[in-house]
Design a protein around this ligand. Sequence first.
Ligand code: C2E
Ligand code: MG
Ligand code: MG
Length: 702
Amino acid sequence: MQNVLDSLLDGLSELIYISDPVTYKLLYINQAGKEAYGADSADGSHYCYAVLQGREEPCPFCTNDRLSYDSFFEWEFTNNITGRHYLLRDKLIEWNDGEARLEVAFDVTERQRESESFRFLGDAGVAALDCIRALEGGSDLAGSIDEAIRILGTFLEADRTYIFEIDGAFMSNTYEWCRPGVLSQRETLQNMPVKLVDQWIEYFKNGQAVFIKDIECLLGEHREEEYEVLKSQDIRSLVAAALEIDGEFVGYIGVDNPQRGEHLELIEKPLLALASFTSARMRHEAVQKQVAELTWNDSLTCACSRAAFHRDFDRGSFESIGMALVDADRLTLINREQGRPAGDKVLRRIAGCLREVFGEGVYRIGDDEFCAVVEKVDYKEFAELVERAAQRFLDEGLPASLGPAWRERCVNAESLLDLAGDRMRSAKRGRHRATDLGVDLASDAAVSNLLRPGGAREAVRAGLFTIYLMPQASSATGEIVGAEALIRFRNQERKLQALPSSFIPALEDMGEISSIDFFALSEACATVSRWQQEGRTAVPIAVNFSRRTIGDKGFAERVAEVVASYDVDPWFIEIEITESAREDDSALLRRVADGLRSGGFRVAIDDFGVENANFALFTQLMFNVLKIDKSLVWGLGSERHTMKIIRGLVNLCDDLGIETVAEGIETEEQYRALREAGCTRAQGYRLGKPQPIDEFERRFFT
Ligand code: C2E
Ligand code: MG
Ligand code: MG
């Protein structure tokens, strides 16, 4: 019976032993047991705790007192001597007439390993989820990735977790987490050649992670360079998974010296999952950046967008802020005549010039409109910037109109922009008018520079204007009895004097003409005053005033003030107002004329007869002088009835006590005809061209 039992039990792979529950003597052990614990272990002289557990006393976890005859008591234990994990089944049996303990031990080490793996994978899943949550949740990419690699590193009990990002042939450590006490490597791992990880790419391409269980193995595989780099960072083992954006290998996420996870392979799945989520987050960020790029930037000109302008200036208050609004001139025309690419190029160049001058704060706020904004700039500095920008446009031959506006304190940026817009539009009107009149602004840089807000005032200050005097002779005696002041602009580039026709209509349209009119008045006063001081017989000087200027509030008073400031008798100043001013507002013209006359000035109506000589003029206002335009005078020779008209006109004026001045007298014949007609004064090339004041003096004051 004993033999049968022996051979039966010896045939089993499970460990089986029988012991005395009272004395702990080992009574029996089967073949598998003997192989595990020694052949003589069951000769009856050994204690079960000594043989099976290597102890000197009964085991503290002994199950003897829990055993019965009816059923097995089941438990699990990892045995230190065999290093294996067992499922144990114990019960009491009859053995050689006594009570004995039977234990059957099933080796479940493998199953145990598996379940440990399962547990690890379960935990890893949770950790991966935490990582993913961190990646998805955080609003900034850097914070999210830092948190994810921290969770990963902590979970794997690693020394370091990190991300490398590839840029061309180089890669850099861009994110890093280190276990407390572990030195950061990030600084030293910048711009490393990607070829260092050449061996890894194959794995990455196959969607696998890279495992280096022990870097010493690298030496056997002739991967010395890689070995040195890893060794220098105290890396013994590592796992890495690729980061991919749109199928392109852009970097990898790595773990150094992970303690957790007995088999590195176990890390693969969660790490791959994490890598793909990290990639997705990076891609999301890249897409968002692109969207932001498109929203806040203008891709054509690289200026900031209109949306960015609203973002930056719709709210808040701004100190010492200047805005320069710039609009490309006739862009539609350029697009139509030279094609869209040419128009695009103009826009890009305008934006480029603006950025050169104003820095980053350049916004494209409309199709062909830019606004450059500078904050914390005083007015003078801002004006200089604007001037520089205008100069850049000229140098570059860029057709653009510019409108500046500046405020010390601004709570409504929109209204500042409106102001800049008004000025820009007025500049544009002027430029268009000049171009329409045949001025080539691209080649005539000086005039172009004049046609910007404040340009006329600055040119006056810079001494770029002067007046020429054109003599007026008495028809009766031929004596010089007066002069007309005619403005001239020094076009330095062409070393020429620019004629008023190239800029006056434009400056009128821009609303910038009054600085020129008052400059001419001042010069005329200064001249008369000097003549008087020098004891010469001063003659009155006629000064032209634009219809725009006479409409300004307090015009007559301002004229009186200026003249008084030179201590000149108003009698010496004749104020010329164009006949067409009447069309604007005859009541205003009448008021102004009355105001001037009551101040002692003589009022002359200029350009009579340019269009159709309108006799209603005589009933509408009182004036002192009528200037018959050259267009009428030039008709004298050819058309007989012109002479009759002029004669009638002169007679009418005589009756009303109005002097007449005939303009544009070029020939002796014209001169004689006008004298015959009884015209008071004559003016024209026949008597003298407009000339510099000193020349005028030399010629007429002997
Ligand atoms: P205007 O006031 O009718 O001045 C006469 C213009 O006719 C001058 O042209 C003069 O050179 C020209 N002229 C006079 N006699 C003859 C002649 O015999 N033959 C020819 N071919 N031309 C003659 P300019 O100097 O080019 O001035 C043109 C216009 O510009 C002036 O016409 C006046 O309306 C305006 N202007 C000149 N100076 C000023 C100014 O200071 N302020 C304003 N608002 N306008 C001015
Ligand atoms: Mg005139
Ligand atoms: Mg005239």
